[in-house]
Design a protein around this ligand. Structure first.
Ligand SMILES: Cc1cc2nc3c(=O)[nH]c(=O)nc-3n(C[C@H](O)[C@H](O)[C@H](O)COP(=O)(O)OP(=O)(O)OC[C@H]3O[C@@H](n4cnc5c(N)ncnc54)[C@H](O)[C@@H]3O)c2cc1C
Length: 229
């Protein structure tokens, strides 16, 4: 708490029966990958940024992309569920994020645990996160929207986005290196929260500071070269 005070973070201590206590952060942070990439492109020198789909990855580290063959010292494969094409055991656990407008707003976020449903109201819309099925289909129809009406009243759907959470056999991240390929995937339901730590672990492997991690590297042993089409 003293650390938050020092930093000037806006927070409130909240008490709720049945809970040990909580901290409510008044300013919600947001993550924008595109802005992050733009900033890194400005800050890093001697770097070429190629936004394209890699077509093939080889264990020696070479990759085919946009008709070129690149031969970096190390390739980091952070392709979510697509890492399965390299022989890494991850599957997709599909989720859908809906933005809706509604007559009612929620004062605090609501999580309906048994339905894997989360509702969070922002100034102009409410975010509904739903779905936890082993499913690679791209469709976003969702019967949970009807259930959400119980909290929000009649809903108007603004848009929906489908995502595939990369899930390993034990639900933990997979981070390891085979020859010149570092694999980092398996963030499952916590991929955003774990991303800074997973990125650091992967960077240490790529830079040769660490050879492997005792538990989370074991599923990388079967990684092979592959086309990613
Ligand atoms: C609805 C929903 C809500 C979620 N909520 C939360 C949450 O509140 N907190 C949390 O921590 N996590 C949350 N998650 C989980 C989180 O989104 C994932 O764990 C995380 O996105 C996984 O990150 P990743 O980078 O491993 O994979 P991805 O996010 O899937 O990214 C992989 C990237 O690789 C790219 N790619 C694939 N193939 C290639 C190729 N051949 N060449 C180049 N690029 C390629 C893809 O285009 C993609 O951009 C949620 C997920 C869903 C679906």
């Amino acid at each position: 708490m003293s650390e938050h005070k020092k930093r000037g973070t806006q927070y409130e201590v909240v008490e709720k029966e049945g809970y040990a206590g909580g901290i409510f952060f008044k300013e919600v942070g947001s993550v924008c990958t595109e802005l992050f990439v733009q900033r890194m492109a400005k800050e890093l020198s001697n770097v070429e940024i190629l936004k394209a789909k890699a077509e093939r990855v080889e264990l020696d580290g070479s990759i085919q992309v946009s008709g070129r063959t690149l031969k970096p010292e190390v390739v980091v494969a952070a392709m979510g569920v697509e890492c399965r094409k390299l022989g890494v055991p991850v599957t997709a656990v599909k989720g859908v994020g809906h933005r809706v407008s509604s007559p009612k707003k929620l004062d605090t976020p609501v999580i309906v645990y048994e339905r894997s449903l989360a509702l969070v109201s922002f100034d102009d819309w409410t975010k509904i996160t739903s779905g936890l099925g082993f499913d690679f289909s791209p469709t976003s129809e969702d019967s949970q929207l009807d259930y959400a009406k119980g909290f929000l009243g009649e809903l108007k759907l603004i848009d929906s986005k489908v995502g595939f959470r990369p899930c390993s056999p034990d639900g933990l991240p997979i981070i390891g290196r085979k020859q010149n390929v570092v694999v980092v995937t398996g963030g499952f339901r916590l991929g955003w929260s774990l991303a800074p730590a997973m990125g650091r672990y992967a960077a240490d492997l790529a830079l040769g500071r660490v050879k492997e991690y005792p538990y989370i590297s074991r599923y990388v042993k079967g990684t092979h070269s592959a086309y990613l089409k």
